[in-house]
Ligand binder design. Structure first.
Ligand code: PTJ
Length: 275
């Protein structure tokens, strides 16, 4: 069976299926943890409800995140298996452009996986990847699982940490260490989404490029202007707004039904024309 037969380009969900396959490939390459496939399924479901787009409150949260990163003294972007499988190229680009290091931090940590992730990020040109060199390995007291291993040049001493597809435990531990946590999480009610200082309820495939775009736009702003952007973020209303978008309205059901019925009609035409 060819790839085209499995994944025809005109499939109405082709994009989403492609992403799913990229993750499966990432799993086969040893980059993604098996639980990462489950985590992706969960994210997909929330993204479906969100309408697979960046809603305004998520855009604003992303802007506040960039302003926080620009104001930070020691920012770092934490990366895991899923994030690398889907976004290695964009992450490398973002890190090189902003000078913010990437730090490999895994829930299912193994030496083999961390080295594979490092190679994948470096393959796309990432210049500053932490979390692998054992000479700089440190441990976070507040965490018992393998995410406790951090880099003394990165997360250990960072003031602002970006986390994606994260478990709530580490987010809370980072907060308890007085670090500012920026989370990207499609579930607005996850412990990570609740515990972070800034939560971007959006898909990493949209957020990572958007972080870079907004960075170019506001990098010359004064500290006062950046601070005003940070202060404009409202955590509760951001989470509530995402939930409101996910609560499907009659209008949206009708719109989606119309689209599905149109697709059925198109298929009918195709069958008729083949006869
Ligand atoms: O690579 P490792 O070893 O560090 O393992 C990473 C996983 C993903 C297995 C681990 O962090 C995990 O189990 O995560 P959780 O607890 O399942 O949380 C993942 C969260 O990310 C859930 O709230 C999902 O809704 C959300 N999510 C999934 N895919 C995306 C996403 N958020 C943004 N963009 C996505 N593409």
């Amino acid at each position: 069976m060819t790839d085209k037969e499995i994944l025809p380009e005109n499939h109405p969900r082709a994009e989403s299926l492609k992403i799913r396959h990229t993750l499966i490939e990432g799993f086969e390459k040893g980059i993604v943890a098996i639980a990462g496939l489950i985590a992706h399924g969960r994210g997909e479901a929330f993204d479906y409800l969100l309408g697979e787009k960046t809603i305004k409150s998520a855009y604003n949260a992303t802007k506040s995140a960039v302003a926080s990163l620009l104001l930070a003294e020691k920012p770092v972007i934490s990366v895991n298996g899923n994030v690398t499988a889907l976004m290695a190229k964009d992450l490398a680009f973002l890190s090189n452009k902003t000078g913010i290091p990437l730090e490999i931090n895994l829930f299912y940590r193994s030496r083999e996986r961390e080295l594979k992730i490092l190679r994948e990020l470096e393959r796309y040109g990432a210049k500053n990847v932490l979390g692998v060199d054992l000479d700089y390995r440190a441990e976070l007291e507040a965490i018992k699982h393998l995410r406790r291993y951090v880099d003394s040049r990165g997360i250990l001493n960072a003031d602002v940490v970006v986390v994606m597809l994260e478990d709530g435990d580490r987010t809370m531990a980072l907060r308890a260490m007085d670090k500012k946590v920026i989370a990207v999480d499609l579930n607005p009610l996850s412990r990570t989404a609740l515990a972070a200082n800034i939560t971007i309820v959006d898909n990493i495939i949209r957020t990572i490029p958007l972080l870079g775009e907004i960075y170019s736009e506001i990098k010359e702003y004064s500290n006062k202007e950046l601070k005003a952007i940070v202060d404009s973020y409202n955590h509760i209303s951001t989470l509530k707004d995402a939930l409101t978008h996910m609560a499907i309205s009659n209008e949206r059901i009708n719109e989606q039904l119309r689209e599905v019925n149109l697709q059925i009609e198109r298929k009918k035409e195709q069958i008729k024309n083949k006869k």
